[in-house]
Ligand binder design. Structure first.
Ligand code: SF4
Length: 374
């Protein structure tokens, strides 16, 4: 266990990136590779070495993401959770999330997660329309989502979230509205709504160039996001971050801490870490990750040392995107001048020293970010 004098400076959050999926969605730029038992065993062995070699810390939140962590077998999930439990003080952990995809699990795997201390499931539902799911290249059906939610409840998880994708080209407004209504009807305490984006590292831009997929339309996306805000707001959800809605008390603490610039440590290929002014990201390469750790070395990674001004700009940008906003000190003259300019354009507002995005600012959040970057 970490020494008590080291704990004070330790990260708040622990993140593990599980780099496996049962296929590749064309819009996805996250690092993942196809699951196989052999790869999983090598990954877990390397992960154990990386976790053991990290500086001492006590996490308050744990997030297992990916990839699709629940493609791991029960035995592998138990191994993974055992590694995490060996590295955290479980009494201090306030929230432990695991991402999952409908269809890529069974009740026994959920039972393993519950038994290990996982408190929250984040489910990649994406849509409640079969045609949209196929367009997105998803490998699950609407019925898989309903079964997954029933399983989550049966395993005793009260805290779970559904991820949805807005602005898929060609989707009628009524279809999107129905997806939002289904998410509400299923009683998900948390809903994340992301606009479909064309990421450089994904297959989608090539499909669009070949003419086998359509590019998203910005206007349609804005209208889909506005419908999400209206529908979820009317159902009692609070938009506590630009893409995240929660019933009271079900906000994701791990993500909130990251958005507020708190420290976190990430493990696994492609996992990012942030501590003080230092930021580092493991290379998105499972083979290189396993080889380095097997040889007793640090996995290949990119490291970056932020200037205090850049770190503060990022904190302001992410803070503005949350409902709480960001508190500015009166002596922060440069960012305050920039914020005042954005206020003139109706993009941000302030109240008693706290700044946040306006409705117009939420639509133009990327522009606001560029204007604020140091
Ligand atoms: S979107 Fe999720 S399920 Fe699809 S490839 Fe990416 S990580 Fe895997």
């Amino acid at each position: 266990m970490p020494r008590s004098d080291q704990v004070e400076n330790g990260p708040r959050g622990l993140y593990v990136h599980v780099p496996f999926c049962d296929g590749k969605c064309p819009y996805c730029a996250f690092y993942s590779t196809l699951y196989s038992p052999d790869r999983a065993a090598r990954f877990l062995d390397a992960l154990e070495r990386e976790l053991k070699s990290a500086p001492a810390f006590e996490a308050e939140t744990v997030y297992i993401g990916g990839g699709t962590p629940t493609v791991l077998s029960e035995r592998e999930l138990a191994w993974l959770c055992g590694l995490v439990r060996g590295r955290v003080c479980t009494e201090r952990v306030q929230e432990w999330t695991c991402e999952a995809n409908p269809g890529a699990w069974n009740l026994a795997r959920l039972a393993v997660l519950a038994e290990a201390g996982v408190t929250r499931i984040s489910l990649g539902a994406q849509s409640f329309d079969e045609v949209v799911l196929r367009t997105l290249g998803r490998r699950h059906t609407v019925s898989d989502i309903r079964t997954a939610v029933a399983d989550i409840r049966a395993a005793g998880f009260m805290n779970f979230g559904l991820d949805l994708i807005a602005g898929v080209p060609g989707v009628p407004r009524t279809t999107w509205h129905e997806t939002l209504r289904e998410a509400v009807a299923l009683g998900a305490p948390h809903v994340s709504v992301y606009a479909l984006t064309v990421e450089e590292n994904a297959r989608l831009p090539r499909d669009i160039a070949r003419g086998t997929a359509r590019a998203p339309c910005e206007q349609d996306q804005l209208s889909a996001l506005a419908l999400a805000e209206d529908t979820l707001g009317a159902a009692g959800y609070r938009r506590y971050e630009i893409s995240n809605y929660a019933q009271p008390g079900f906000e994701c603490r791990h993500n909130l801490a990251c958005w507020h610039g708190e420290r976190y440590l990430g493990f696994g290929p492609a996992a990012a870490s942030h501590r003080g002014l230092d930021r580092w990201t493991n290379a998105p390469d499972l083979a290189a990750y396993c080889a380095a750790l097997a040889a007793g070395k640090t996995p290949p990674r990119e490291t970056e040392r932020l200037t205090p001004a850049l770190k503060r700009s990022e904190q302001i940008i992410f803070g503005l995107r949350t409902a709480e906003g960001v508190v500015m000190r009166p002596d922060e003259r440069v960012p305050l001048r920039r914020l005042a300019r954005l206020r003139e354009d109706g993009l941000v507002a302030d109240e008693a020293g706290r700044w946040f995005l306006t409705a117009r600012g939420r639509r133009l959040a990327d522009y606001v970010a560029v204007e604020l970057l140091d």
